[in-house]
Structures are given as C-alpha cells and as structure tokens.
Design a protein around this ligand. Sequence first.
Ligand code: G3P
Ligand code: MG
Length: 250
Amino acid sequence: MATGIDNGASAPWPYPRLIAHRCGGTLAPENTLAGFDACVRYGYRMVEFDAKLSADNALFLLHDDTLDRTTNGHGPAAAHTWQQLATLDAGAWRGAEFAGTRLPTLADAAGRCARDGIAANIEIKPCPGREVITGTLVAQGALSLWQGQTPPLLSSFSFEALAAARDAAPSLPRGMLFEQVPADWLRIVRELDCVSLHASHRYLSEPLVAQIRAAGLRVLAYTVNEPARAQVLQQWGVDMICTDRLDLLD
Ligand code: G3P
Ligand code: MG
C-alpha cells in the first residue's frame, strides 16, 4: 500500500507540528477516548498513545506494564484477557468526572481518529517478553484499521517490536524512540527504515537535531510542556512536539 510518505526531511509530511501525549495530556485520563475530546476542544490534530496486547492478544491502549496506576485493576496487564480488561475503570484515578471511562481498543482509537480527523502516533509498548508479537499485531491492526485515513506513525523504544512492525507492515511509517539519542542512532534508524527519530527533548541539542535532519529524518521531541522550550526546539528544526499541555502550546 502506498502511504504517500517518503523518507527524507524535505519530503511531503502529513503530520502536524503538535501532538497530544497519551491522547489528551493532562486534560484527561491518559490513553483514553476522553483525551480525544480534549484534542478537539483545543484544536489538536494528532495524538500519541501507547498500544499493547492482552493475554488473549487483543490490542488496547495502556502505558504501564501493570494495571494499578491508571485503572482499578491490579497486576500485569499481559495476565488479563480483554474480557477482564474491558470491565476496568480507567478514569476514576484522574478525577470523579472521568469515573466509568473504559480502556479503549486500538479499533476504538482508530474510530475516533476517523470521526474527528485526527492523525495518530501509535507507540508500540510491549509488555516484557512480548516484543515481537506486539510489534506484528499492532502493525497489522494499524494497517487495516486506519485504511482511508492518514497512515499512523508507528514508534517504539523496542528495536525488536519496531523490526517486527516493519516486517508485518512495511508501508507504515516508523519512528525509533529513544530517551537519550545513542551514538549509533543512524545505524538503528537505517536498519528499521525509519522516517523519524523520537527523543526526549532534555537530551536534544541544535547540532544533533541538524545531524538527524541532514540524514533525512524528521525529529519528534517529547514531552515538551513549556511554550518557551517548544519555541527553542522548533528553531532548532524539530518537526513534531509531543506535549501534555494542550492548554498551553498552540
Ligand atoms: O512517544 C513519546 C512518549 O510517549 C514516550 O514516553 O513513557 O510517555 O510513552 P512515554
Ligand atoms: Mg508513549
């Protein structure tokens, strides 16, 4: 399938400058459909969220390996079937007004992207030991669920997961995620045939951004919550800013 996306920082690029981290940043429980409401409210046109697998290989959104911080469930997410996960409350921890919010499936997220005209950066966030199958199933799911929409940008901290995604859906664009960009970043992004490099803004510098862009890649910086910092990063040539503060960055 042709994506309309070519490698190269000067090639056409379908994604906006600002991306809402974990769907709605600080304005909603993370990785839930309530975050899409916040995006629409603030005029955001792209979300980042974390996707993983249940015990029975259902694709759903959750950041942590375990359920305890952001749901009323307990223990490893990978030990629960989707039927068990679907009953959990994923909103009450963030405020009484969000009580009853459910964990979304990847299909739910695709539906909201289509309905609201929002692009997606799907971060493949495998539970430990499930890197390859998560990369494969997320990529296959993304390919079929986002048909007719802007192709989702797949990313991961896991080389194995992103390699599996490349093999399962080579046409979907990929971005390698780092906290601090390692010395051998160019070898890694070439091996994964990435279109972008995603890194913590804390470790980026103007020369490093220039090097990455000169190699033909776009740069995504996360998680940028200060408007002044976002401006500096943009001046350096950073293409995408992933933020929790939809209310501050525009
Ligand atoms: O993709 C950027 C960012 O989401 C990576 O960190 O821990 O929030 O998933 P994390
Ligand atoms: Mg993430």
